[in-house]
Design a protein around this ligand. Sequence first.
Ligand code: ADP
Ligand code: MG
Length: 342
Amino acid sequence: MSEGRTEISAIGEFGLIDHLNENIIIKHSSTIKGIGDDAAVIEAGDHVKVVTTDLLLEGVHFDLSYAPLPHIGFKAVAVNVSDVAAMNAVPKQITVSIALSNRFSVEAVDALYAGINAAAEHYGVDVIGGDTTASRSGLVISVTAIGESKRELLSYRSGAKVNDIICVTGDLGGALVGLQILEREKQVYLANPDMKPELEKYGYVTGRQLRPEARMDIIHELRELAIVPSSMIDVSDGLASELFHICKASNVGVTIYEDKLPIDKQTFDTAVALNLDPITCVLNGGEDYELLFTIDQKDFGKLEKHPDIHFIGHVTKEEEGKYLVTKSGTAVQLKAQGWKHF
Ligand code: ADP
Ligand code: MG
């Protein structure tokens, strides 16, 4: 970049990654895919390895006043497994690095690891290493996951084709709504510590925020059905933002339909009660960790009756743009607000 000072917020997180990528030169033919997808892809004999990493910081990604340590440990693993899943690969190993301030005891680290080990068991991965260091400001966790796939089974962000069907698993917006509830109850508690947080009736949305599931179940089902998504990404920053990534990588456009977007009833009702537009939560909420993928029309019959896969639209030519068709039939241009870190 030119001389002078450029604020990171001026180019954004994705702009920054693109900027860094400009000066990275790949040296090995075994590096099949570097920066730019949910995980990197490395050749390994008759199969490929995928590698992905995520960093979670106290005060940025989680708040210990409402997130239990075992849940944080589980989530740190699940979000990486989700990126492995998004390549249509199966996770095998993880490394776990932690930084701790002196606020944390051995018992606290045990609680964190109870969640990490539960997730390792749940997703069938081995914890093979990591790093431990001191921190000046709270807890930091970084997990790296390594997965495996056959090269021909990989799904990149870049493979979507015109007329493919756009699919999304589960339901969306819950994690964002859950976060709003947890923040609200925290403020109520801070204002009056005698008040008991009113969380019982928000179990689903708070669970979506605190203990997300990576959709490995879907990856295994797709394998059994012999379906390889033409493109795939996990929904960590919001549906609209992820659709933009697929469009950019695949040089395509998309049309999605408001009435096809999956939203849970508790998410919907809670959003309305919080004065949030439920569709905005679905489009721009973060951290749902569902899978967004495209399939060829010929595969539709095999998935049509699946109870947890929703067909939200189709892939169009790039020049047709990116549109959301509202319930009233109006096409509005999609905006990727995403989950802003900067
Ligand atoms: P995801 O949300 O799937 O974890 P990100 O948006 O974090 O993906 O990252 C997108 C791509 O950019 C990935 O290929 C990731 O490895 C790469 N990336 C992110 N940060 C950096 C960085 N600081 N240096 C190099 N590559 C990065
Ligand atoms: Mg991802």
